[in-house]
Design a protein around this ligand. Structure first.
Ligand code: ADP
Ligand code: MG
Length: 619
């Protein structure tokens, strides 16, 4: 008997399991399946993400359902559309040899009429998000009054997302005698309330954290200055040339920005957040699944649905507000028994959050140094050499060999290797050569930084750099701040330059002869009842910086089907994403901007190197 047979599963399911390549049940499957097959019972199962919960309820559900009746017999509630679709796909795969069994997904953001029609055709199993389910019950489009089984999947997530009342409403439309199976990664109060209120002395199983998927996750943190998050992110990515990761930001705006910057810098990146249309999100997720996107930048809410195996790294670009959220984030890696790493970019002042998380997850973080430029070069170099070694020889090359041999005549093997590696590696080396140390030391924690490899044209030109206490928060981007300064101080068209707007403050340069006028104007100037304060910055650097105003539209939108849209090369050349303001911003901040309005970003050493690097297959 196979291990799955021992659990009491029927032949048709065993055949499907063989097709799926599952060799033995996971712990939660081993524990849940026999219980659910034998008894008509309620069940509470606690298991981390990636432990195989879908099959734990899916197999017994399929086996218990009568496919010859078209009545809806099983309802699975799940927090997001993504998960809903995922579960539906899994169930359909498990049920491939069950004749007449229909599983239908219903979720928001798609035609409710289409979904209603699918249900009308007969759906023994309905997988739904709570919101759409409630909607369809209200409109009489679905009948769940005769279900025998209700599964609450990712119950903690659903409650986190505020679905308590919807769930309550939905359950009140179901028969009392049904069995309720609740699956959850954690057991917060709200979940136990649901269990108490809606379940009859449920059996309980817990899958030990020891064997759970999430236990294979290593947690690391990197201490950096708050303004260095982006360059640190790039270094973390460059240290792992085969990275396949989800990067979590706190806001939609940061998510969009980080993704845009990565795309522009030539990474295969994409954004996932609530401001994108459902269609855009689907495209991004598909590209991610196909690994055309290596770095998926996401908000917590949008990432709830991400259920992709093989994610090597979760990067916390910023820590979440809630400790619990960290758990959900890191659970995106280390799935299905694979190992993974959860990295946190943290500032000194956030260090106590790390302690709090350690207490919560009962695991220690490893303090890591931010890799230096030279370390990255070394990694990339060996990666390149290894890639050359592993590359299969293209048979078509053969006919050119005589000519090539002739061209390379007289060069010994040693030199040839050096040359080949240098062709690829030179640009990379140039980018990181002399890059500064990003590890946060206390004294370097405040103030503006120059983006590494960025513009070198800081004010050795006799101009003065200023700090001003208004920024993006106050509604300024570099253009509007420049206008504001020119109008307020009454300066000429080109007198303000190297404007770099941060969240709550900004920097700009002006020629020294305007210093008196600027400082006098802002001596006690109030704007909107607030003092606007301008000081000469003791940091002489201008240009650089990665912050940009103007969020622009989702980038890389075109060509996504082929994945090409994620190449920095293309997004750089493409016109029309974002507003014109957005593209001017880009030239401002990508380094190399000159006073005349910044046409030079394309030739900045920064972008050029990055792009060449990708084009030459470093990643
Ligand atoms: P969870 O719901 O606990 O997060 P899933 O049910 O989504 O986990 O399963 C995670 C992955 O593991 C899926 O890709 C699934 O196909 C796979 N999987 C589930 N059970 C097994 C098994 N017994 N053997 C191998 N892979 C499995
Ligand atoms: Mg699941």
């Amino acid at each position: 008997m196979t291990p799955f047979e021992q659990l009491g599963l029927q032949k048709s399911l065993l055949d499907a399991i063989t097709d799926l390549g599952f060799e033995k049940p996971s712990e939660v499957q081993e524990k849940a399946i026999p219980i659910l097959l034998e008894d008509h019972t309620d069940l509470v199962a606690l298991a981390q993400t990636g432990t195989g919960k879908t099959a734990a309820f899916g197999f017994p559900l399929i086996q218990r359902i009568d496919p010859s009746s078209r009545t809806t017999q099983g309802l699975i509630l799940s927090p997001t559309r993504e998960l809903c679709l995922q579960i539906t796909n899994e169930i359909q795969a498990y049920a491939k040899y069950e004749k007449g069994l229909n599983t239908v997904a219903i979720y928001g953001g798609a035609s409710i009429q289409d979904q209603a029609r699918q249900i009308q055709r007969g759906a023994q199993i309905v997988v739904a998000t709570p919101g759409r389910m409630k909607d369809m019950i209200g409109r009489g489009m679905v009948d769940i009054s005769k279900i025998d089984y209700c599964v609450l999947d990712e119950a903690d997530e659903m409650l986190n997302m505020g679905f308590f009342e919807d769930i309550q409403d939905i359950l009140s439309n179901t028969p009392k005698e049904k069995a309720t199976w609740l699956f959850s990664a954690t057991m917060p109060k709200e979940v136990s309330i649901i269990a108490k209120k809606f379940m009859n002395s449920p059996q309980e199983i817990t899958v030990g954290t020891k064997n759970s998927g999430a236990s294979t996750v290593q947690h690391e943190y990197y201490v950096a200055g708050g303004r260095d998050r982006y360059p640190v992110l790039k270094r973390l990515a460059d240290t792992h040339p085969d990275i396949f990761s989800v990067i979590f930001c706190r806001t939609k705006r940061d998510t969009q920005k980080v993704a845009e910057n990565l795309i522009e810098d030539g990474y295969n990146a994409g954004a996932l957040h609530g401001d994108l249309s459902q269609n855009q999100r689907d495209l991004v997720m598909n590209a991610f699944r196909k690994k055309q996107i290596q770095m998926l930048v996401a908000t917590d809410v949008a990432a709830r649905g991400i259920d992709v195996d093989d994610i090597t790294h979760v990067i916390n670009y910023q820590l979440p507000d809630e400790i619990e959220t960290y758990n959900h984030r890191s659970g995106r890696t280390g799935r299905a028994g694979k190992s993974g790493t959860s990295m946190v970019i943290v500032t000194r002042s956030e260090m106590r959050k790390i302690k709090a998380i350690e207490n919560k997850i009962q695991k220690k973080f490893i303090a890591k140094d931010i890799p230096t430029g030279m370390e990255i070069c070394e990694i990339q170099l060996y990666h390149l050499v290894n890639k050359i070694k592993e590359t299969e020889v293209n048979a078509d090359v053969e006919s050119y060999l005589p000519a090539i041999n002739e061209m390379l005549e007289g060069i010994d093997k040693e030199t040839l290797i050096q040359k080949i590696v240098s062709v690829e590696f030179g640009r990379f080396f140039n980018y990181y050569n002399k890059a500064r140390d990003l590890n946060s030391s206390d004294k370097r924690d405040r103030g503006e930084r120059r983006e590494e490899g960025g513009s070198k044209n800081y004010s050795g030109d006799g101009s003065v750099r200023y700090f001003i206490n208004i920024g993006e928060k106050d509604g300024y981007d570099w253009m509007s701040l420049k206008d504001f300064l020119r109008d307020t101080v009454n300066l000429g068209k080109d007198d303000i330059f190297k404007v770099d707007v941060k969240d709550s403050f900004a920097f700009f340069n002006s020629e020294s002869h305007t210093q008196e006028a600027i400082l006098n104007t802002f001596k006690d100037l109030k704007v909107d009842g607030r003092f606007v304060n301008v000081e000469v910055s003791n940091n002489p650097i201008g240009g650089g910086g990665v912050h940009r105003g103007g969020s622009g539209k989702f980038k890389g939108g075109r060509g996504r089907s082929g994945g090409g849209g994620y190449k920095g090369k293309e997004s750089r050349g493409s016109k029309g994403f974002g507003s014109s303001k957005g593209s001017r911003d880009r030239s401002e901040t990508k380094g190399g901007r000159s006073r005349d309005g910044g046409k030079s970003y394309g030739s900045s050493p920064f972008s050029e190197n990055k792009k060449s690097k990708r084009r030459n297959g470093f990643m």
